[in-house]
Structure formats: structure tokens, C-alpha cells
Design a protein around this ligand. Structure first.
Ligand SMILES: [Mn+2]
Length: 240
């Protein structure tokens, strides 16, 4: 990655500290979640922006929990994803990547979903019953202006925890993910949304998950790394 931004024509000037990876093997979900939560809280308590990288989308559960415990009622979650991940249980687990936002709903943290283009009957019923905020990929693709971005921003609270499932991007630019879905968002569409969200609200932390690099093709890890860099750039406030 270049340390010069191609959008603002300025050096990035980011100061980044990398923390050791959380140990996930050989222990139960609850232990891993509390390790993630504790590590995340320590960073957020110091008023520093936290960028977390998955793996499994389920890491968002303890990360959002940490954001809630540090920032209280001001926090909401923005989920950029092709799936709703709202199943109560998936593959006999309450903590699967298919249940992430159901567990976050259980904590009464508001969630706004965008880029969605795949769901099951259970999720559809939940969306209808609870009037959940869902911005469908189909609608985003068909609008001719940026009103959909303003509509998303209006739904956000003062502080935002941003979760980016990499499968929100179209598989043509991001084939390296566990459950790819056609009809995804384009690179510049996602960047435009992120830029506006970071301008209008305080994004306190973010994650990028479900990246599975393909052997011999370096596209996926570069796309994910560039996306992480853009999010950190927008959130750094150096470009307001
Ligand atoms: Mn997901």
C-alpha cells in the first residue's frame, strides 16, 4: 500500500499500532469472545480507533459489546454485508457467522444493514416484524443519486461501530470469501458511503471480516488491505 492518498492527494499520516492476534484455537467460543471483548475495550477506553480483522464474522459480537460498554447508548452498528446474519441458530450454534446480528439485537444495540441480497424466511419475518433498517443491494444499484446514503446516515446514532463483511463487495472484485453473492456493491460505491458516514458521524471502531485469500491470486488480500486503509483514512479526521 502507498502511504499517499490517491483521493485527497496528501500523505496519509496515520499512526498505526498493530496488536498481537487474539488466540482462538483450543478453547470455547465464550472464552474467545471475552478475550476479544477485553482487548477491544482496552483500545476504545483510550479513545483510539480500533480496526479489527477477521476471519469469522462472529468476532463482531464481542467487538460491538465492547463498543457498547465504552460508548453506552450513543452507539449503533452499521453492517455492510450481503447477508443479514439474523438467524437465531445456525449449524447448531448460537454464535455462527449466520447469527451475528441476532446476538447484537439481543444486546439491544440498533443495527442498520446495507448491501443485503440474500436472506432466509426466518430473517424476512424478523425484518418485517421488527421494522428493521435494511438497505437492499437491488435498491442501491437502481438509484440515480446519493439519497440512499443520506437515508442511511439519518438512521445512524451519534457513534457508529462499522462492520464490513467483505462479501458486501461484488464477487467480481472480491471472490475470496466464504459465501459469495452476485449483485454486490462496487468499490467506489462502498467508498462513497464510508466517506459520508465518517464525515457525518463518529465511527469509533470497525472490522473487516470473512476474507479468504485465494491461492496464487493476490486480489483479495489487496482489496481488503486497501479497504482497511481507506476506513482508517476517513476515520482519522485528517481529511475533513
Ligand atoms: Mn456476514
Amino acid at each position: 500500500m502507498e502511504s499517499f492518498d490517491e483521493e485527497f492527494f496528501r500523505p496519509l499520516g496515520l499512526r498505526v499500532q498493530t496488536l498481537p492476534a487474539i488466540k482462538c484455537r483450543g478453547t470455547g467460543v465464550k472464552t474467545v469472545f471475552s478475550r476479544i471483548r477485553n482487548a477491544a475495550e482496552a483500545v476504545m477506553m483510550n479513545n483510539r480507533f480500533l480496526m479489527s480483522l477477521g476471519g469469522e464474522h462472529s468476532i463482531t459480537v464481542p467487538l460491538a459489546e465492547a463498543a457498547r460498554s465504552v460508548h453506552g447508548k450513543d452507539i449503533c452498528v452499521l453492517n455492510l454485508d450481503s447477508h443479514l446474519d439474523l438467524r437465531d441458530c445456525f449449524n447448531n450454534s448460537l454464535f455462527s457467522h449466520g447469527c451475528v446480528f441476532r446476538r447484537i439485537m439481543d444486546m439491544h444495540i440498533p443495527v442498520i444493514h446495507a448491501g443485503i441480497r440474500s436472506l432466509c424466511r426466518e430473517e424476512y419475518d424478523l425484518v418485517r416484524r421488527n421494522h428493521l433498517d435494511v438497505f437492499w443491494a437491488r435498491d442501491i444499484h437502481s438509484t440515480k443519486n446519493d439519497n440512499w446514503i443520506r437515508a442511511i446516515v439519518r438512521r445512524l446514532k451519534k457513534k457508529v461501530y462499522l462492520s464490513i463483511d467483505i462479501d458486501v463487495l461484488d464477487p467480481s472484485i472480491m471472490p475470496g470469501t466464504g459465501t459469495p453473492e452476485p449483485g454486490g456493491l462496487a468499490w467506489h460505491t462502498v467508498l462513497k458511503l464510508l466517506r459520508q458516514v465518517c464525515l457525518a458521524r463518529k465511527v469509533v471502531a470497525a472490522d473487516i471480516v470473512e476474507v479468504i485469500p485465494l491461492p496464487d491470486i493476490p486480489v483479495c488480500e489487496y482489496v481488503a488491505a486497501k479497504l482497511a486503509l481507506k476506513v482508517m483514512t476517513y476515520c482519522s479526521g485528517n481529511f475533513r
